[in-house]
Write a protein that binds this ligand. Structure first.
Ligand SMILES: [Zn+2]
Length: 92
């Protein structure tokens, strides 16, 4: 069973000072990806306010190399593949 009641604080602690893929992060925290993306968007605002540097390596299609501009892509618009290398988030 996945957890649904992770706090924003827990999420922020998990990414602060780290470089981690969102997929790995979701697994580590035992939450689903959808929730991870939601918490990520909130965390970015908070961390920026604290003066942290955030770098997000964009998601990429593993089949054709298409780079997704927005977070949480589901399907490649170029080749239709759902095989996606997800975002890596680095917080310093
Ligand atoms: Zn593709």
């Amino acid at each position: 069973m996945l957890r649904h009641n992770i706090t924003l604080q827990e999420f922020i602690e998990a990414i602060d000072g780290n470089c981690i893929s969102i997929e790995h992060l979701a697994k580590t925290l035992d939450i689903d990806l959808k929730l991870a993306y939601k918490l990520l968007e909130k965390s970015i605002k908070i961390l920026k306010r604290k003066g942290k540097k955030i770098k997000i390596y964009k998601a990429q299609c593993k089949k054709c190399g298409f780079v997704f501009d927005r977070l949480n892509p589901t399907k490649c618009p170029r080749c239709g593949s759902m095989w996606i290398e997800r975002e890596i988030i680095c917080v310093k």
